[in-house]
Design a protein around this ligand. Sequence first.
Ligand code: FES
Length: 57
Amino acid sequence: MFVCVCNALKERDVRDAARLAGKSCPKAAYAQLGHKPKCGQCLPFAKEVIENARACG
Ligand code: FES
């Protein structure tokens, strides 16, 4: 499932990037993947995806 349509980032990409970056903020995860938020519509969902991933280890 896509989290960010503007950058074609999938849920798994964002989750793995957040883990690698050791950050919980979507912008840091996107930066890890070489992208930046564009429209910003995805940020609340991306944050939720990252928080759920961290909660589950
Ligand atoms: S959907 Fe992610 S920046 Fe637009």
